[in-house]
Design a protein around this ligand. Structure first.
Ligand SMILES: *Cc1c(COP(=O)(O)O)cnc(C)c1O
Length: 392
């Protein structure tokens, strides 16, 4: 595909550019079709029709019923709504929650907040591949357990959760199961008619839809409380005038992603392997973080021994290449990623990790450009003793 966005963008796990088809689907709602779906007049009815259309389309894409989808402001809100909504609605039945230790902060911090409200939270360890063991989930369940949340695909290391097994174990014990599928939607097949999950989060901007819009699937019959109140929208589960344009764009973007899903999965896997093997051939001390397989096709996370990630990223940026690291900058110091620490990486290894995430417009030439500049960047960065690495 022709890339209308120059410079080498290898950060598709952070966000993706808007697909032209999605922009087209949004267009009318940024101009002529400005009605509020809650109004009964013709303007409102037009907007309501669009919402219904988007909900039908998304339900077909995900294999669920339209009434099982609740539109949100993105993946973060969907994750928050799943945890707060289900836990608080069922607190009379129990007060125990289980989350994996490599969840996105949208899940981890929601769980922390629930802990402060009196819930007990078990954080499940994962193995060196970033996989939660379904047997560990089963052993963590108590008569008090309400909800388990384990992600479908990890945003940092691309590992895939054994969702079917964990979901089946939860179902056996009558425990609700939520999965964050934000990184999986549009890339891996999702069929909610067969998956044993009670709730699932998606986000538009991770599959070439717009930012600021997402959805939470909640299986019919599963009671949950709203987090945002003040209107009857989304069957009284998420108040606020709907982001009609965003929802239209998200629905269309998922359709487009699924049309080419299988070819794209294979193509990205090949490009990812080319990048990994190329780095290994050219640079000593390249260590893969996360599993060889199964793994998100566009995700490569490697640690480069003795090289500070932030310096490598700055140098890559100067060379016109955008990538990422798992570390978060808090109060001036870079903290090692909780995901890398959870899979057993040392803080040094975690602070030397780069995430390249490939997507729709990534080409072989772009991968080769990275391979061309990386050896020199690593040599330069290794020559300096990084304050971050030496402090530890
Ligand atoms: C990006 C992301 C989120 C947050 O989604 P937003 O729409 O950006 O709020 C949640 N979970 C995972 C795994 C993500 O990658």
């Amino acid at each position: 595909m022709n890339n209308p966005f120059p410079a080498v963008y290898l950060d598709y796990a952070a966000t993706t550019p808007l697909a032209p088809e999605a922009r087209e689907a949004m267009e009318p709602f940024g101009s002529a079709l400005y009605g509020n779906p809650s109004n009964l007049h013709r303007f409102g009815r037009e907007a309501r029709r669009a919402l219904d259309h988007a909900r039908d389309s998304l339900s077909r894409s995900l294999g669920c019923q339209p009434k099982e989808l609740y539109f949100t402001s993105g993946g973060t809100e969907a994750d928050n709504l799943a945890l707060f909504g289900i836990a608080r609605a069922h607190r009379g039945r129990g007060n125990h929650l289980v989350v994996s230790s490599i969840e996105h902060h949208a899940v981890l911090e929601a769980a922390e907040r629930l802990e402060r409200e009196g819930f007990r939270v078990t954080r499940l360890p994962v193995d060196s591949d970033g996989r939660a063991d379904p047997d560990d989930v089963t052993s963590a369940l108590t008569p008090d357990t309400l909800l388990v949340s384990v992600m479908m695909a990890n945003n940092e290391i691309g590992s895939l959760g054994p969702i079917e097994e964990i979901g089946a174990a939860c179902r056996d014990r009558g425990v609700f199961f939520h999965t964050d599928a934000v990184q999986a939607a549009g890339i891996l097949p999702i069929d909610l008619s067969a998956l044993p999950v009670d709730a699932l989060s998606i986000s538009g901007h991770k599959f070439y839809g717009p930012k600021g819009v997402g959805a939470l699937f909640v299986r019919s019959g599963v009671v949950f409380e709203p987090v945002i109140v003040g209107g009857a929208q989304e069957r009284e589960r998420r108040a606020g005038t709907e982001n009609v344009a965003g929802i239209m764009g998200m629905a269309r973007a998922l359709e487009v992603a699924l049309e080419h899903r299988e070819e794209e999965e294979a193509r990205l896997g090949d490009l990812r392997d080319r990048l990994y093997h190329g780095l290994q051939e050219r640079i000593d001390g390249v260590l893969l973080n996360g599993p060889v397989s199964p793994r998100l096709p566009g995700n490569l996370n490697v640690s480069i021994e003795g090289a500070d990630a932030e310096s490598m990223l700055l140098n890559l940026d100067l060379a016109g290449i955008a990538a990422s690291s798992g570390s978060a900058c808090s109060s001036g110091a870079f903290e090692p990623s909780h995901v890398l620490l959870a899979i057993g990486a040392t803080p040094e290894r975690a602070l030397s990790s780069l995430r390249f995430s490939l997507g729709r417009y990534t080409t072989e030439a772009e991968v080769d450009r990275v391979l061309q500049v990386m050896p020199e960047i690593v040599e330069r960065v290794r020559a300096f003793v990084s304050p971050e690495l030496s402090r530890r």
